[in-house]
Design a protein around this ligand. Sequence first.
Ligand code: AP5
Length: 215
Amino acid sequence: MKKNIIIMGPPGAGKGTAAKKLIDLGYVHISTGDMFREAIKKGTALGQLAEQYIKRGDLVPDELTIGIVKERLSQEDCAKGFLLDGFPRTLVQARALEQLTKEINRQIDVVINLDCGEKELVRRITGRRICKQCGAPYHIDSLKPKVEGVCDLCGGPLYQRNDDNEEAFKVRLEHYTKETKPLLDFYQERGLLRNFNSLGSSEVLFDEIAKFLKS
Ligand code: AP5
C-alpha cells in the first residue's frame, strides 16, 4: 500500500471528492483549502489574512501555507499515512515539502494527478455545493443530495463557496497553469507522477485509484 500521497489537479478536478473517499483506506486527509476555510470560519488571524487571497482566487503566500502544513505533518496521526490535497501548489512549496518530509523521516510515495478538461471544470465549480457541517461535496446537477439543500451524510445545510464563481475560477485556473502545473514535471522527473482522467463517475475513479494505491 502506497503510504504518503499527494493529490494534484486544477480547481474542480475532483481532488477533494476523491480524497474524502480515500480516508476510508486509512489516510489522514490534509487539505490546505479546508484548513484555510476552517480558520476563516473561526475568525483567527490566519483566517482573516487568508480570506483576502482566497475570495479573489489568488494563492495564499507560501510562508503561511508551508507553516500550517509543517505543523500538521508533525502530528502523530500522520505516521499512519497522509494524503495532501491542494499542497504543494508552487515550486517553493514543493521544495519545502521535500525538506519537511526529510526532517520527519518520511517520503512521498506517489503523486496522483487528476484532470477532466476546462469545460467540465467550470461546470463543476459553478454548480458545486458543500456541507457547512462535514464538508461533503455535492453538485446541483450531477451529485444532488436526497433533500435539496441538506447533506445526506450529516443533515447539515449546503452552501456555495465564495470563490466558486466564474470570475474567481478564472484567476484560480491562471494560478494553476502558471504556478502549479509545472510541478507535474517536477514529480515526473522524480518518478512519482501518476495521471488519472477524472471525467468519469467519482465511484469509478475511486476504485481505479484505490486499486493503484494497493498495488
Ligand atoms: P482548494 O480548496 O484546494 O481549492 P481548489 O484546488 O481550487 O480545488 P477545489 O476544492 O475547488 O476542487 P477539487 O479538485 O477539490 O474538486 P471537488 O472534489 O470539490 O483551495 C482554495 C483556495 O485556498 C485556493 O484558491 C487558494 O487561495 C488557497 N490555497 C489552498 N491551498 C493552497 C496552497 N497550497 N498554496 C496557496 N494557496 C492555497 O469537485 C468539484 C465539484 O465537482 C463538486 O461539486 C463535485 O461534486 C463534482 N465532482 C467531483 N468529482 C466528480 C466526478 N468524478 N464526476 C462528476 N462530478 C464530480
